[in-house]
Design a protein. Structure first.
Lengths: 249, 225
């Protein structure tokens, strides 16, 4: 019988080594697997390559990983939190800045067996022409630039070649999941979670509610269990966004 | 906003209202952060307009009251939002298939610099934290790209430039520019002024604009409010 449910988050994530590449779901904190990110910090994991839309919001989620200096490289579209910005410009973190839709599609492509694709997004910009910093030294000098992207014209439009973004692990969060890993999301919390799960060799899913097999109707499964290897009940509660009115922190 | 702009032309709210006037009934629209977010409240009555947000909602509503906040519903600026009846939700990959696939009628974005050739710079400037978000996807995918912004930056420098000095978001993508001074169409070598804001004359626009601007049969503006 397949039973992907774990009860001890530290034990479950202990297989993740230092230096691993990890995709993390969420848009800001909506749909972000806060409990799993906390567990990675508690396990002391470091030197990580984190792939996520945002570099988190201090000091929560990916933001905690950044603040504690556990990230070696960040791939994402919106790493605009203060601690990350400082780490990037001091030469502590490498940044691969990717347009948001390209980020989602690169992860989806990895999971879908598509090694690369052409897109007009970003053509002719610094992100495609090798003119945006990827790494600084401790003096604030650029020592590495994003690699220039191959360009090809389709139907008269310049398009850039984007490669599938494979990762070792994914940390994702769902509203409901069963022991098979079938998962359903609520409203705006789905965001990057399915693509992150698809891109990974091993996906850990934090579920707000663990439900019996069959409780999620087949038509309502947003992420089929075949993309999920481990499921754990979330103990972190539903986390809101720091910059929302009425937020408590 | 420059000193000049606090004194002449449309207020930010009027500017949002002016752009809202041009959003056709039945449109699917994505809104950037800033003045564009003020557009939904100013859509003329009787028009049905659907708002898309990058994080996976088609049918984004307004700002919730404190007791209506749902932690799973935010706009692309990560502020709490509402979903309207008839909305649909999806993952980021599908959300950007909507964007990249050319299904959105209009993307209304903020801007730092726009040029007569339709180039746009709006994602980074020296000293800013890096963050591109979905801006490059939106300008490459939406059928129309409108830029709604102040006419000049904080130092009083024109944002309608002959050439962008800041890193590009996209080349030849802008189809319309709305500023406090008027409505402009990128026409290749120059901006064509389609409308002047109340109390603004062509001479003022020329003085405050780096790029060349032409004025052909520009109608007098009606009050936007």
């Amino acid at each position: 019988m397949i039973d992907k449910i774990s009860t001890d988050v530290l034990d479950m994530l202990s297989v993740v080594p230092d230096g691993a590449s990890i995709a993390v779901g969420g848009f800001g904190l909506t749909g972000a697997p806060i409990m799993l990110c906390d567990a990675l910090c508690d396990l002391g994991r470091t030197d990580l390559h984190i792939v996520a839309n945002n570099a988190g919001i201090d000091p929560t989620g990916v933001g905690r990983l950044a603040q504690e200096g556990r990230i070696r490289k960040f791939t994402g579209s919106f790493p605009s939190n203060k601690s990350f910005f400082a780490l990037f410009h001091d030469g502590h973190v490498e940044l691969e800045l990717v347009p948001q839709g390209t980020l989602a599609e690169r992860m989806r492509a990895a999971g879908a067996g598509i090694p690369a694709f052409y897109t007009p997004t970003g053509a002719g910009t610094d992100l495609a022409t090798g003119t945006y910093p990827a790494r600084y030294d401790s003096e604030g000098n650029v020592i590495e630039w994003l690699a220039p992207k191959d360009v090809r014209v389709f139907n008269g439009r310049s398009c850039v070649l984007e490669h599938a973004l494979h990762v070792d692990f994914a940390l994702v969060k769902a509203h409901r999941a069963d022991r098979l890993g079938n998962a359903a999301f609520r409203l705006g919390s789905r965001n990057f979670n399915p693509a992150a799960a698809m891109a990974a060799k091993v996906t850990f899913l934090e579920a707000q509610n663990i439900v019996e097999v069959g409780e999620i109707e087949p038509d309502s499964v947003h992420l089929p269990g075949i993309f999920v290897q481990h499921v754990i009940a979330s103990t972190g509660g539903w986390v809101g966004n720091a910059n929302a009115p009425g937020a408590s922190w | 906003m420059s000193e000049n702009e606090t004194q002449i032309g449309w207020s930010r709210d009027d500017l949002a209202a002016r752009a809202a006037q041009d959003v056709p009934d039945g449109s699917y629209v994505n809104l950037g952060i800033g003045i564009p977010m003020m557009i939904p409240a100013r859509i003329p009555e009787g028009r049905e307009v659907w708002f898309h947000t990058e994080n996976g909602i088609l049918g984004l509503g307004g700002v919730p009251e404190p007791d209506e906040v749902d932690l799973d519903v935010t706009n692309a600026g990560k502020e709490y939002a509402k979903v309207v009846v008839g909305a649909s939700t999806f993952d980021s990959s599908l959300s950007f298939a909507i964007v990249r696939g050319g299904h959105l009628d209009i993307a209304v974005l903020g801007g730092m610099e726009a040029t007569p050739s339709g180039d746009l710079a709006n994602w980074t400037a020296p000293g800013r934290t890096p963050g591109v978000g979905g801006a490059m996807d939106l300008v490459s995918g939406a059928k129309q790209v409108w830029v709604v912004m102040d006419h000049s930056d904080r130092r009083g420098r024109s944002k309608l430039m002959r050439r962008c000095t800041l890193p590009l978001t996209g080349a030849r993508c802008v189809t319309r520019v709305y500023t406090a001074l008027g409505v402009f169409r990128p026409a290749g070598s120059h901006f064509e002024c389609l409308e002047l804001a109340p109390g603004v004359d062509a001479e003022t626009v020329r003085e405050l604009t780096d790029a060349e601007v032409t004025f052909v049969d520009v109608p007098a503006a009606e009050s936007a409010s």
